[in-house]
Ligand binder design. Structure first.
Ligand SMILES: C[S@@+](CC[C@H](N)C(=O)[O-])C[C@H]1O[C@@H](n2cnc3c(N)ncnc32)[C@H](O)[C@@H]1O
Length: 206
């Protein structure tokens, strides 16, 4: 999907994703000491707004202007004055993000579904943005989800098992801190189903 298709998808619904953060984002980032974070392909901002509530200052970028406007409005409702610590930006996650290189404590890629070349560019942008010792957190639909899990995109070229994420990180200055496939229960009209997500945490080397 391109930016126009995402705009249309967001415009067709009041809220496409949940209000709450993704459960793995909350599990991993919750215990971290807040600092400066970059959320690439932030959508309507469910993770970015939650991070601000946890004390982070967040630059949240998405190429859908409809999603970014919604994020801005949700943040104003939920965060009050703390909305000052959220910077919503319309932009491309595959190119250099706003801010200096090595300047963020954390970068998040949450369900960014792109073909391999573009996805690797986004990963490189995230790694380059983060300071030595900072983290890049990757959460997304696993490749295995297609055959074994519920929901998610049906295009296998935008799905990544942990090994594919680690392959994409080859040559980048990172070490793998955590990597695996996690089960995410999903309530559906037909009862609870389980989605399979890839969860990887990379630490930026000095
Ligand atoms: C499945 S949504 C995930 C949104 C959010 N990260 C979350 O977890 O709620 C994927 C998002 O990626 C955005 N996106 C896809 N390709 C992008 C790109 N090259 N640059 C910026 N945003 C992109 C879409 O507009 C969409 O908002």
């Amino acid at each position: 999907m391109d930016a126009k298709a995402w705009d249309e998808r967001y415009a067709a619904h009041d809220l496409v994703w949940s209000v709450e953060p993704n459960r793995f984002v909350a599990e991993i980032i919750g215990p971290m000491t807040p600092g400066r974070a970059l959320d690439l392909a932030a959508g309507e901002g469910r993770n970015a707004i939650w991070m601000v509530e946890q004390g982070w200052s967040v630059v949240a970028l998405d190429y859908s202007s409809v999603a970014v406007e919604r994020m801005r409005s949700l943040a104003a409702d939920r965060l009050g004055h703390d909305a000052d610590r959220l910077t919503p930006v319309v932009g491309d996650a595959t190119v250099a993000p706003p801010g200096d290189p090595d300047s963020y404590d954390l970068a998040l890629l949450s369900y960014l579904q792109l073909p391999a070349d573009e996805w690797r560019s986004a990963l490189r942008a995230a790694v380059t943005a983060v300071r030595p010792g900072g983290r890049v957190v990757v959460v997304g639909h696993a490749g295995r989800n297609l055959a074994e899990g519920w929901g998610g995109p049906s295009d296998p070229t935008v799905l990544y098992d942990p090994d594919a994420v680690i392959d994409a990180a080859q040559g980048l200055p990172v070490t793998v801190e955590r990597s695996g496939i996690r089960e995410r229960p999903v309530d559906t009209d037909d009862g609870q189903r389980v989605a399979l997500d890839t969860v990887v945490v990379l630490r930026r080397e000095g």
